[in-house]
Design a binder for this molecule. Structure first.
Ligand code: IMP
Length: 176
């Protein structure tokens, strides 16, 4: 059991389990993108450890870049729009793979995919370490999923609880 700020978490995914599955995802990507020189877009902050482990095993020619997503209120009915910060690479005609920590409601990812397609990407796929299918509110195709998990709050391996816990080397789940 560990405590992050005021909450207690229990071990959920051990480092060896995480790393074995992430290696498998890298092999899948090596196979699927061997002739495409993909552009990997890592979404900070949460995906930094997932990305670090993944790219140790991605051996194909590729480019890797990092973005952050900032929320701002939109006047449109769609509500909160996420702005992509730090994307300097031209996207047009590229095969893009988004590297994300977790797809929860899917709202963030659906918007990001849409924006990258609008910028002219040839293809956009999502590689996420974790996915909570029960929480999905907006359908988004997640082609590369490390682990499907139940709809409970998790922390560690990049994921935070109120900005803490990102440095834990395993994923922990909120204790009942
Ligand atoms: P979505 O738009 O609801 O899919 O939210 C995705 C973002 O919410 C992720 O990139 C995380 O930053 C955050 N998030 C969702 N679930 C969790 C969780 O269980 N732990 C930590 N962060 C989470």
């Amino acid at each position: 059991m560990i405590t992050v700020k005021d909450k207690t978490f229990v071990p959920f995914l051990e480092p060896t389990t995480l790393n074995a599955r992430i290696t498998e995802l890298a092999y899948e990507l090596n196979h699927d993108y061997h002739d495409k020189t993909p552009l990997f877009i890592v979404v900070l902050k949460g995906a930094f450890l997932f990305a670090a482990e993944l790219f140790k095993h991605v051996t194909i020619p590729c480019e890797i870049t990092f973005v952050r997503l900032a929320s701002y209120q939109s006047m449109e009915s769609s509500g909160r729009i996420k702005q992509i910060i730090g994307l300097e690479e031209p996207i047009e005609g590229r095969h893009v793979v988004i590297v994300e920590d977790i797809v929860d409601t899917g709202l963030t990812m659906a918007q990001l995919v849409r924006q990258l397609k609008e910028k002219g990407a040839e293809s956009v796929e999502v590689a996420t370490l974790l996915h909570k299918p029960e929480a999905m509110r907006e359908p988004v195709v997640t082609r590369y999923v490390g682990f499907e998990i139940e709809n409970r709050f998790v922390v560690g391996f990049g994921l935070d609880y109120d900005e803490q816990g990102r440095n834990l080397d395993a994923v922990y789940i909120l204790a009942d």
